[in-house]
Design a protein around this ligand. Structure first.
Ligand code: BG6
Length: 510
């Protein structure tokens, strides 16, 4: 998305120059679930260059063949014919190494040199899909082997979240990475920015004229952003214990989405301009006081439950989780932005695991009419941006119920991406991998954004340190602690339930 004309493009653009994608943490979950399927998809759409190679690096002892076999299980169902799979696997290699020991990565350097003698000017994307503690040591290993250098080629480092554990550690990590790679070489992934529907916030707001006049505190009563997950922590208990919902989802995904919703108009849709606007609005997030943290923050943890005959274990019973854990699997926060546009508009964010359904959405709740004939009768208008699933946009408004009198009925204009003929929704990782290969950092977080978000949530992190912080239990399969409903109710507001006809105590699909 580097040029304005790119805005008009609806398809991923093919990359022609990258030769190598080196994935650290190759035998891990992220590689299997996200990276390899995304690369396979790009390969099948002819988006990867002919001479590309994917080199997995990991401590687990594997041969090229056993790594290929391991990955085959994670390839998408379509297309799975043997010829396509073999042709993809032909580009895949594995290096058993402890990547924090530079010497063990020497074969990587030798392999690059050998490949460069065949295809001069080879470029390399290093993807850090490892535990965060390894980010700096890997960058140092690459640096000491000279693999950070860019002469007639490029060398880039993609860093997964979490980027630090708090502001101090994020800054420390930045210093360590910057000692080895310059900022332009570093791509910090926030995969929510790779979601088509999140990017569409820019188009919705700035390529249309009808929404902008409504997009401010004169018209908007409150904003709600929900990222609900029906799954629990799965096999990531040990990771999640150290992370929790605040660090895992709020500090990054939710605040990034909020920045897209709330930012001022960027002069162009280009990497630095867009990120300047994002960081500018983030700096206007009203700092949280101790009182805000006590009164406007709700933390929860899921409890065992039986949902439609299925027994769901409590978070504390998940593998890798302490039986006395006080890690939050749910967070709801009320906050404000001190910009002229959003003055006085409450913003409610919530995210949680083991909620009744998987749904991420942004809702602009508009002010109610003051017309005396309709006050208290007409429902407030809403603009609902469904980020996932069933991606789309819904506008709800009041309609005269046919017949005598002027009764008002709430109806909707509902757009679903699935109605677009011929449009394919690329997976966020496909989009971001391709952007990183193309050198487009627009949809990657810049260090000042990451730091501003850490700084904003620091009072929450301090509160979490206090062993006496309030943590509510909620039954798996419900909409989180009832106190989160109360958070809005005291302002005369209510969360929207993304599933039709569901109240907070009912279940839907898990
Ligand atoms: C990841 C979090 O960043 O996002 C996970 O670490 C979470 O805990 C995931 O499940 C949610 O992503 P998505 O794309 O499924 O909404």
């Amino acid at each position: 998305m580097q040029t304005d004309s790119h805005v008009e493009q609806t398809h991923l653009s093919a990359n022609t120059s990258a030769n190598r994608i080196v994935i650290f943490g190759a035998s891990g979950d992220l590689t299997r679930r996200k990276l390899i399927p995304a690369l396979y998809h790009l390969f099948n759409h002819g988006m990867l260059p002919d001479n590309f190679s994917i080199i997995g690096v990991g401590r687990t002892e594997l041969s090229n063949d056993s790594f290929r076999q391991h990955l085959q299980q994670s390839l998408p169902a379509e297309p799975r014919d043997q010829a396509t799979v073999s042709s993809f696997c032909h580009h895949v290699f594995y290096l058993t190494a402890n990547p924090s020991e530079a010497a063990q990565l020497a074969p990587l350097a030798a392999g690059h040199a050998q490949q460069d003698s065949k295809y001069p000017g080879g470029n390399t994307l290093y993807y850090l899909a490892t535990p965060p503690a390894l980010y700096a040591p890997i960058a140092q290993s690459l640096f000491s082997l000279g693999l950070n250098r860019q002469e007639n080629n490029w060398s880039r480092l993609v860093v997964e979240k979490p980027f630090g554990h708090n502001l101090a550690s994020a800054r420390q990590l930045d210093r360590e990475l910057h000692a080895c790679f310059n900022e332009k070489q570093i791509y910090r992934i926030d995969h929510y920015l790779g979601k088509e529907t999140v990017q569409n916030l820019l188009v919705l707001r700035f390529a249309n004229t009808i929404f902008e006049p409504l997009w401010n505190c004169s018209m908007v009563d409150f904003i709600e952003i929900t990222a609900a997950e029906s799954l629990g922590v799965e096999k990531r208990g040990a990771f999640y214990e150290r992370t929790g919902a605040v660090r895992d989802m709020l500090q990054n995904h939710l605040l990034q989405v909020l920045a897209m919703v709330a930012m001022e108009q960027p002069a162009t849709i280009s990497a630095d301009v867009l990120r300047d606007q994002a960081v500018q609005i983030m700096r206007l997030f009203r700092p949280l006081t101790d009182e805000d943290v006590r009164n406007h923050l709700i933390l929860g943890q899921y409890l065992a439950s039986n949902v439609r005959g299925e027994n769901l274990v409590a978070y504390r019973e998940e593998s890798g989780v302490s039986a006395e854990s006080r890690t939050e699997t749910y967070v709801a926060l009320k906050m404000y932005i001190d910009s002229a546009r959003w003055q006085g508009v409450p913003i409610y964010l919530r995210t949680g695991k083991r909620l009744p359904t998987r749904a991420t959405e942004v809702v602009l709740h508009f002010k109610k009419t003051l017309h005396p004939s309709f006050t208290g009768v007409a429902p407030a208008n809403k603009l609902i941006i469904r980020i996932q699933p069933d991606e789309g946009i819904l506008v709800s408004f009041g309609l005269k119920r046919p017949g005598s009198g002027f009764q008002v009925q709430d109806v909707a204009m509902d757009f679903h991406y699935s109605d677009l003929s011929g449009a394919v929704m690329p997976d966020a990782y496909e989009r971001l991998l391709l952007d990183a290969l193309n050198g487009d950092s627009t949809l990657f977080a810049r260090s000042d954004e990451v730091e501003t978000c850490w700084s904003f949530i620091q009072p929450i992190l301090d509160y979490l340190q206090d062993p006496a912080h309030t943590l509510y239990g909620y039954a798996a399969g419900t909409w989180g602690p009832q106190e989160a409903d109360q958070l809005l109710a005291t302002d005369g507001h209510a969360w929207r339930f993304p599933c039709k006809n569901l109240t907070s105590t009912q279940y839907c699909e898990l």
